[in-house]
Design a protein around this ligand. Structure first.
Ligand code: HPA
Length: 276
């Protein structure tokens, strides 16, 4: 295995010499959060292709980029274009950026995603603060030799989603009069949507929503001691819940309709984010 710590250090060094100040929070932009970057000021963009060791986006056609700048008073780094396991990247590639963020000196991570609602009280367009996750069916990104420069062999996952950040996010939503759900996010490898039987099973296990990202990134963040917050945009009810077929285009329509609300909430959360 190649030395991930060495590779991530090289990458962090490259980014560091391009930026003036170290961002305080890294934000992984999921579907429905693209326009957050329009609310940022004084931005610097770095395309993934020019970043040494960064995985290259082959599948989606358009290149991803890191956008560094101000969101309100805070200096953030937004990751536009994430790497999904279903695209064929291995867990190391899916989570590489999080390790780079840590080595840059960023200790706060906000991860967002689109997800299918399992909890029948949810509706498409809802935002859900992630309280915890279930990930029984996917390989751990920490599998293999432990990289002790990042963390311990057997990391505790009791509070992978930081409770004070969830509380602060709840208050931010209240201030903006935005209703938010809270719940458990289940990771599915994809790219196919789940079967109704799988969704029923996940519901019995305690999942409120299901999606194909976020969990590997949060596991790696927890391993290296970063504080993480996760928010899902419920773009559809999961398979079998309403008895209708799922379709990616409809999901994108809901993600787009929620964009403004989602971006406003994230901006308000970031404003009040207590840094270490
Ligand atoms: N399942 C998995 N991932 C998803 C879904 C879903 O129903 N909706 C958006 N991302």
């Amino acid at each position: 295995m190649e030395d991930i710590h060495l590779k991530a250090s090289e990458t962090a060094a490259y980014i560091k010499q391009k930026i003036r100040t170290i961002p305080e929070i890294a934000v992984v932009l999921g579907s429905g959060l693209g326009p957050l970057v329009d609310r940022m000021d004084h931005t610097l963009e770095i395309c993934y292709q020019e970043i040494p060791n960064f995985p290259v986006t082959t599948v989606e056609g358009h290149a991803g980029k890191l956008i560094i700048g101000h969101l309100g008073e805070k200096q953030i780094l937004a990751m536009q274009g994430r790497f999904h396991y279903y695209e064929g990247y291995d867990s190391e590639q899916v989570t590489f950026a999080v390790r780079v963020f840590k080595l840059l000196g960023i200790n706060n991570l906000l991860v967002t995603n689109a997800a299918g609602g399992i909890n029948e009280s949810f509706k498409p367009g809802d935002l859900m603060l992630i309280k915890d996750h279930i990930s029984f069916f996917a390989p751990s990104p920490l599998r293999g030799r432990n990289i002790s420069e990042f963390g311990v062999r057997f990391p505790d996952m009791s509070e992978a989603y930081n409770k004070s950040l969830i509380e602060a996010a709840r208050k931010a939503a209240e201030r903006l009069n935005i209703d938010v759900q809270e719940g458990i996010y289940a990771f599915a490898q994809g790219p196919m949507f789940e079967t109704p039987a799988e969704i029923r099973a996940l519901g019995f296990l305690g999942a409120d929503a299901v999606g194909m990202s976020t969990v590997p990134e949060v596991i790696v963040a927890q391993h290296c001691g970063m504080k993480a917050l996760g928010i899902s945009c419920i773009t559809n009810m999961a398979a079998g819940v309403l008895g209708q077929p799922l379709n990616h285009e409809e999901i994108m329509v809901i993600a787009k309709a929620v964009e403004d609300k989602f971006a406003s909430l994230v901006k308000e959360i970031v404003k009040d984010w207590t840094l270490k």
